[in-house]
Design a protein around this ligand. Structure first.
Ligand code: G5P
Ligand code: MG
Length: 225
């Protein structure tokens, strides 16, 4: 397959990376890869203990041919050209080391950065519920499930992520800020960084959609536009 687009969506915890990437995947027929989801699946739960250990993760069901190895903060995502020929990735690269590792594998076309105020992030994360098996994400205010506490498709119970507690959110945000700054600077210097600021995904999304539409043809007309 010829290369279509390689994009990553970066932003602090709760900034809407997953939400935006799901919409990108749907609208442009791209594969969505989430490093945080890979980590949670490997740990078999909804908790966010992702950064502390070392795991070799096989994500055959999510994306054949993709493997993620994370050791502390130095993660390596050996995406082959075939598996990432048309992908949108969230949560990776999270550090300069990861960005350099990604450089050795492929050249990114586009980096989307989401800038959301801290207070908004805290509110969103305290209202987030997830379906661990699929990674489907709900929010009691923004996109509630049809029946409270259960997944729309399977009827299985939803859980709250351990790392969505207020103390954990503050620590995650601090860590994210330190690690992300040099990554943003790198992509800015390459002219591929596109930043979007706001408090509502629905207001940011049309701009993201327009930007991507200028690079690849959508497979779905944007119903939110
Ligand atoms: P993750 O899973 O990548 P984070 O912390 O980077 O975790 P997170 O929390 O998953 O990011 P998100 O994907 O940016 O947030 O946001 P989301 O889930 O789409 O939206 C958040 C909530 O707000 C949802 O409930 C959504 O429905 C709602 N929402 C969206 N838009 C709106 C809106 O406009 N209004 C309202 N009201 N609500 C909205 O990584 C987890 C951990 O794994 C490790 C790290 O420790 C990380 O903390 N990790 C890595 N470690 C090392 N290297 C890597 N590459 C790593 N990747 C992950
Ligand atoms: Mg996410």
């Amino acid at each position: 397959a010829s290369k279509v687009l390689r994009a990553v969506v970066l932003g602090p915890p709760g900034s809407g990376k997953g939400t935006v990437c799901e919409r990108i995947a749907r609208s442009f027929g791209l594969q969505h890869l989430s490093s945080g989801q890979f980590l949670r699946e490997s740990l078999g739960g909804g908790g966010g203990r992702g950064a502390g250990g070392r795991w070799a993760l096989s994500s055959a069901s999510a994306c054949p041919g993709t493997q993620v190895v994370v050791s502390g903060h130095a993660a390596f995502l050996p995406l082959t050209t075939a598996s990432f020929h048309c992908g949108a990735c969230t949560g990776f690269p999270r550090t300069l080391g990861q960005a350099e590792a990604l450089d050795r594998i492929c050249e990114l076309d586009l980096v989307i950065s989401l800038n959301i105020p801290f207070e908004t992030l805290k509110d969103r994360l305290s209202a987030r519920w997830v379906h661990p098996a699929s990674g489907r994400v709900y929010n009691m205010d923004f996109n509630p499930p049809q029946v409270q506490g259960v997944d729309d498709l399977t009827g299985e119970p939803l859980v709250q992520r351990e790392d969505d507690k207020p103390e954990a959110v503050a620590a995650r945000l601090r860590k994210y800020k330190d690690a992300a700054k040099p990554v943003m600077e790198l992509y800015k210097s390459r002219g591929i960084l596109h930043s979007f600021s706001g408090t509502e995904t629905n207001k940011i999304w049309p701009y993201v959609y327009t930007l991507l539409s200028s690079k690849i043809p959508p497979v779905l007309v944007d119903e939110e536009n």
